[in-house]
Structures are given as structure tokens and as C-alpha cells.
Design a protein around this ligand. Structure first.
Ligand code: I6G
Length: 709
């Protein structure tokens, strides 16, 4: 759309220039030019989403107009952009009688495609169309989850904004609505002398999140009377009904136009429209936001396709919608169809399944994730929300459960949008049973009884049971079998699930007692695969201490740390016996890692699992503790990048580390060498920029011979 460039007769093609020349003008003209310039930029920023000047420049112009208006109060007009920031505090809202009633819209509650088909069938019947007649043309629009609003413009200036109320009489909320940057305060020349625009005030989801974050800060700072909002719609409704428009101005609202109320006849030579769609285009040209998804469609098929398209886009929209609206496009046909009571026959809202519903909390269970994370989960009375029946909602962790203060017996609002896991949005406090107990986190793992711990600075509690805890066993087995751990080829995810679920593998050591006949009897397991797996298990028994330590899945102990531990202590018993202080002597082991290793080996079950694995025949060459400084590449940091010719990067890493080098993931001034293979990218560029020596395969071979190139 090209933006109209005539506001109040002032040319706006070069708005910034206009503003700069105002100093020499009389105050009234100067104020008019500032207003026109600011209107232009507010429209570009809020409605077109295409700002033309930096925010700071807008603010400067705004302040200049404010200064001018306070020096000359007689120049203040209701359409001045300075009036967006809020007016005097009211005692109550005035009542407004709508000159054209604000209708409601019939809702098609059948959320399937048949809902759209039923509307088309009704329309064709009302219009006495036969099968031989062509498809009816419709407009598909969005049904925002907001509040209906009527905006009245007289002589092109916004003079009144009113809520729907009972359709006949609403509340006058003009000062609050003026704070919405997307709503034009003045219309371009050519707009009717009286124009009522109907639409929906709503709050975007990102604005809602930011508002609630601010509210939480205020509550934490002890500000009285502050609360967080349940959802964007409630926040928008609260802002619209604020008696103090200064507060409304702090609550970021948005607007979409969808129709007309009172309007003086459009003069000859002025804009004309004969369809609903063209009317919406005219509103857009006058500066009102119209949803870009609005589309002309043909017949029932077109309606169904529109419903499906918007359903697919729904979760990606930056605001909530609860359905779509279909309207007969031809105004002449709308007139023939008329109204039933307070609803037009030519329009219908076709809903989507609600994304928020109310239900009750039956229990709060603690579930154990595969990494031992303990998650409080609200068990709910079954509720149909977001298109599925929901019986569980995550409370994430103890802090979050406490923040929401969800209790057994509470009535809660549950949200499920798209494929996102269901969430408890808020508690309906008025319905809380008097004796509902506050949630407290378990002190021990509900599955294996091990201690539940929350480390400083972390939100999550974890089960310390490690390999002993059956809930963590599958994850532990996958990790154990990993190529860089015990390297058991053929032990895929599905097989691990079957082995654990059938009870054949309770601890890691059970893997080494699997028998061919029971394996071959498993789902989708051919005898050949079973034989291969048993061979891979047998082969994995010959390993290194580093791989074995890594395979145990000790929290915070990655591959590099496991190798450092092996190198430092030389023997497993020494690692298992090491105090936190002794562990801190290992390169790269800090207090968190040291504590984690100590806690792991303090658990008797973990020691039993280690012993069972040794008893099953897992061995490695144990050595003496080796001081890292005695190794040929001790103290050298190498980065590997690109495709090497002589070996894979994993192999090069393993060999370099075995010689005491540290292999890092990124290049810094502390890197000693970058080994670059074919198609090396940004790491090579960075090495060259920092002057770090770059080696090829030959240079790598020199390093691996224990020499420094
Ligand atoms: O409540 C409404 C929401 C959206 C509407 C509406 C709409 O169009 C997109 N259109 C009409 C004509 C009415 N209510 C009465």
C-alpha cells in the first residue's frame, strides 16, 4: 500500500525536512507540521513496520512538539501525538450509545472442516442458489483473541473510542486507546466526515511476556498492588479498562480493523467500494492495520482451505487467535442476507480448538528424566485443550512450581499450543480449597530412593542414583555403548528400549550376560544381528581407562575429562578413592566436576555396577599415575579443522591427547597449533588473523611423533 501523504493538507513526502524548517514558522503552523511529521512516522513505525527515522529522532521531534504545546496550550489538539501518553485519571468511564449497534458474530463451534461447509450451505440456501449457480465469494479473516472496539472519527480526528458493552451501549475509553501507536489519531484528506471503524484491540505475545516480566520485577521489589496477567487477552482487557491512562500507556496494545459502524455517505469522487474486501483495503489506505492473512476465497472449498492454512500458521503468529471469520464479500449480497437478532447472517466465526482450558490438579508427581532430572508434573483431571486430551502438565522444577504456587486440589488454567508440552498458566486462587498444601520437592528419588540434590545456581533437582536408577538406565546404556565410550556396535536406541523394558538389562553389566537365543527372539532382531552384537560386546571388553570412565556417564565428566582422570591417576581404584581436593589437581577439573565425581563414587550402587563390569571381564591396561608434565605434548593446545588426509579428526584427537596435548574446539591467542585439512573454514581464518601456526597432515605427523614443529 502506498501511504497517503496528505495529513491536514501538509505534504509529508520529506517529513524530517519539514520538521527542521519549523523554527521560522508561527507556532500554530509549526505545531501542525510537527504533528503531521510525527503522524507519518508513527504510521511507518507501528502500522507499516517500516520505520524511516531512528527512534531517537522521533523522540526529539516528539519532545519539541511537547515543548511547543506547553508554551502554547491553546495549540493542543486531541489528535496530537503527545496525547498518546495518557490523560487525567478518571473516576469512572462515561457510557457511549453506539449510533450503529456493535453486532456480535455467530460462532460455528464445529472446529472441523464441516463447520466451514455448513456456513456455505446456509448462505446458498438463504440466497436461493442452486447447484448450477457459481461459488459464493467470501473474505477469510482472523478472529483475534482480544476486545472489540469502535473508533469514531469526526472531521478525520479520533474523537471517541468505545468498548462493545452490550452492543447498544459501551464504555468510553478514548484516552487509553489513544496510547495505541497503531491507531491513527487523524485520517488523511478524503476520509469521510464521520467514520466509525470497528476492530479488535489485542496484545502481542512478546509484549505480554515483556509486560509480565516487568510486573514480576515490580512484585519482587515490593511494589504494592501489582500482579502478573494470566494471558494476553486479560492483560489487554485490563489495560483498556484502566481509569489511569498513564498506566494504560505502559501496557503495549495493538489493533486490527475489520469493519465499519457509523459513516457519512462517501462524497462523489471520493473512495467507493462494493465489496467487504475493498472496504478493508480502503481502511488500510487510511492508515488502519488490517491482518495480512485476510484473503478472498471462493465457495466452501476456499473456506476450508483458508481454515486449514491459518490453522497451520496459528502457532507462528505473534498474537493469539481463536478462529477465523468468514464474510460474504459482495455488500449487495450482505444486504440481502441481513441480520438475525444481533448477528449478521453473512458472517460467521469458525473456531479452532481452544488452547487454554480450566481443570483441577489431582496430584503433583515427580518424574525422573533420563539424565536424572527431577521434574514436578501436575496430574490433571482430563481436559480437552489444543486439540488433545491433556492429563499432565509440567511444572518444570521446584522454583517454577513455587512461583506458580500450584497445589493439589487447585483449579488451574492449562495451555497447550501446537506441539508444545502442556503448561499450567495460572491458578484460579478464588477456587483454592482451604487446606491445599504447598508443594515441596522430594528429598529422595521417587524411583530408586537415592538422594535428590540441587546444586548451587541450578534450578533442577537431580537423582544421584546414576546407573542404579532404572529411570536413568536407558540413557546410561546408550551412553555406555557410544562409539567414543565402550564402542558397542549394533546397540541402537530401539534395542536398548526393548532390553530394558523386557527386564533383560537392569544394570550395565547385564549387557555382558546376554544370550544368543533370548536376543534372537527379540522384535526385528535377526540371528545375524544378535551374533554381531554379542561379538561387539565381547570386543568392547578390551578398552582404556579413559573410555571406561567416560562410559560411566558421570555428570560433568566428558570425554576429555575422563582421559585427564585416567592420565592423572593411572588406575581406577585411585580415581574412585580420590578426595575432592585430589580431584582438583587434575587439569580442567573444577569444584563442580570434582564434587560430581566424588558424589558418584560415594553411591554404593555405582561402586557395585563398576565391580560387576570388571567381573564381566572389562579390562584396560592400568598404569602408574603420570604427571602430565612428563608427556611429550604436555601444555600444548591444538585445534583441528577441516578434513585431514591421514586420519579422521576423532582419531587425531585421541592420539594427540594420549601424548598430553589438549585439543580445543575454538581458536584463541592461547592456541599453539591449528591443524587444517581440506575445506577448513573460519577456524583457519581466525588462526591466520591471530598469527597461530597452521599445520597440515605432515605437521600433524611431526606432532604425533612427540616433537614440536
Ligand atoms: O467479533 C468479531 C471479530 C472479528 C467480529 C468480526 C470479525 O471480523 C474479522 N466481524 C464482524 C462483522 C463482527 N464481529 C460483528
Amino acid at each position: 500500500m502506498s501511504h497517503p501523504d496528505l495529513f491536514g493538507g501538509l505534504p509529508l513526502s520529506e517529513p524530517a525536512k519539514v520538521a527542521r524548517t519549523t523554527q521560522s514558522l508561527p507556532p500554530a503552523e509549526s505545531a501542525a507540521q510537527f504533528r503531521a511529521t510525527l503522524h507519518h512516522h508513527a504510521h511507518a513505525y507501528y502500522t507499516l513496520d517500516a520505520p524511516e527515522i531512528p527512534d531517537a529522532e522521533y523522540d526529539r521531534l516528539f519532545r519539541e512538539l511537547q515543548a511547543l504545546e506547553s508554551a502554547h496550550p491553546e495549540l493542543l489538539t486531541p489528535d496530537s501525538p503527545t496525547q498518546r501518553v495518557g490523560g487525567p485519571i478518571l473516576d469512572a468511564f462515561a457510557q457511549v450509545t453506539h449510533r450503529v449497534p456493535m453486532l456480535s458474530i455467530r460462532t460455528e463451534t464445529d472446529t472441523e472442516a464441516s463447520g466451514a461447509e455448513a456456513f456455505d450451505t446456509r448462505i446458498r440456501k438463504e440466497l436461493a442458489l442452486t447447484e448450477a449457480d457459481p461459488a459464493v465469494a467470501y473474505v477469510g479473516e482472523l478472529k483475534f483473541d482480544g476486545l472489540a472496539m469502535s473508533l469514531r472519527y469526526e472531521n478525520r480526528v479520533l474523537v471517541q473510542a468505545a468498548t462493545r458493552g452490550d452492543g447498544e451501549t459501551g464504555e468510553e475509553v478514548t484516552a487509553n486507546i489513544r496510547t495505541i501507536g497503531q491507531i491513527p489519531l487523524r485520517l488523511p484528506i478524503g476520509a469521510p466526515a464521520v467514520l466509525e471503524v470497528r476492530g479488535e484491540v489485542y496484545m502481542r505475545r512478546d509484549d505480554f511476556e515483556a509486560l509480565n516480566a516487568r510486573q514480576r520485577e515490580r512484585i519482587a521489589a515490593g511494589t504494592k498492588g501489582e500482579k502478573t496477567f494470566v494471558n494476553p487477552r486479560n492483560a489487554a482487557a485490563g489495560a483498556v479498562r484502566q481509569l489511569d491512562s498513564g498506566i494504560a500507556a505502559e501496557r503495549p496494545l495493538s489493533f486490527f480493523a475489520y469493519g465499519l459502524g457509523d459513516i457519512t455517505p462517501v462524497t462523489e469522487g471520493g473512495p467507493q467500494w462494493t465489496t467487504h474486501y475493498d472496504m478493508l483495503q480502503q481502511l488500510k489506505a487510511w492508515g488502519f492495520p488490517v491482518a495480512e492473512q485476510t484473503a478472498c476465497v471462493q465457495g466452501a472449498q476456499g473456506l476450508v482451505a483458508f481454515h486449514q492454512r491459518i490453522a497451520a500458521e496459528r502457532d507462528a503468529l505473534p498474537y493469539d487467535i481463536d478462529g477465523v471469520v468468514y464474510k460474504v464479500n459482495e455488500l449487495a449480497l450482505q444486504a440481502r442476507l441481513g441480520f438475525v437478532t444481533r448477528e449478521p447472517r453473512w458472517a460467521v466465526a469458525h473456531k479452532y480448538p481452544a488452547q487454554e482450558e480450566m481443570t483441577t490438579v489431582l496430584a503433583i508427581d515427580v518424574q525422573v528424566g533420563r539424565t536424572g532430572k527431577l521434574t514436578p508434573v501436575a496430574k490433571l483431571a482430563p481436559v480437552f485443550v489444543g486439540g488433545v486430551t491433556v492429563t499432565n502438565a509440567t511444572l518444570h522444577n521446584e522454583l517454577e512450581a513455587r512461583r506458580k504456587d500450584v497445589r493439589v486440589g487447585d483449579t488451574v488454567i492449562v495451555r497447550r499450543a501446537g506441539d508444545v508440552i502442556p503448561e499450567v498458566v495460572s491458578v484460579v486462587l478464588e477456587r483454592r480449597p482451604p487446606d491445599a498444601p504447598q508443594f515441596t520437592m522430594v528429598s529422595h528419588c521417587p524411583v530408586c530412593g537415592s538422594l535428590a540434590e540441587r546444586e548451587d545456581g541450578e534450578a533442577d533437582h537431580r537423582c544421584t542414583g546414576g546407573l542404579f536408577c532404572s529411570a536413568q538406565r536407558k540413557q546410561a546404556i546408550w551412553h555406555f555403548a557410544h562409539r567414543r565410550a565402550m564402542d558397542v556396535d549394533g546397540l541402537g536406541d530401539k534395542l536398548v528400549d526393548q532390553l530394558v523394558d523386557s527386564g533383560q538389562v537392569k544394570t550395565l553389566a547385564d549387557l555382558y550376560h546376554l544370550k544368543l537365543d533370548s536376543l534372537a527372539n527379540m522384535d526385528r532382531m535377526a540371528e545375524k544381528s544378535a551374533v554381531n552384537l554379542l561379538e561387539a560386546l565381547e570386543k568392547s571388553k578390551q578398552t582404556t581407562l579413559g573410555r571406561f570412565l567416560f562410559s560411566l556417564g558421570i555428570r560433568h565428566v566428558g570425554e576429555a575429562t575422563a582421559k585427564e582422570l585416567a592420565r592423572h591417576f593411572g588406575q581406577l581404584d585411585a580415581v574412585m578413592a580420590a578426595s575432592e581436593d585430589a580431584l582438583l589437581q587434575v587439569p580442567d577439573v573444577g569444584p563442580v566436576v570434582a564434587h560430581s565425581i566424588r558424589t558418584f563414587f560415594d553411591q554404593p550402587h555405582n561402586r557395585e555396577v563398576v565391580q560387576a563390569l570388571r567381573d564381566a571381564g572389562i579390562t584396560w591396561a592400568e598404569g602408574d599415575a603420570l604427571a602430565p608434565t612428563e608427556m611429550p605434548l604436555a601444555g600444548i593446545t591444538v585445534v583441528l579443522t577441516g578434513t585431514l588426509q591421514s586420519m579422521g579428526r576423532d582419531e587425531a584427537k585421541e592420539k594427540l591427547e594420549a601424548l598430553g596435548a589438549k585439543v580445543a574446539g575454538s581458536v584463541s591467542k592461547k592456541t599453539h597449533y591449528v591443524v587444517a585439512g581440506a575445506e577448513a573454514g573460519s577456524k583457519l581464518d581466525k588462526a591466520q588473523a591471530l598469527g597461530v601456526p597452521v599445520l597440515d597432515d605432515v605437521g600433524l605427523a611431526v606432532l604425533l611423533a612427540g616433537e614440536k614443529p
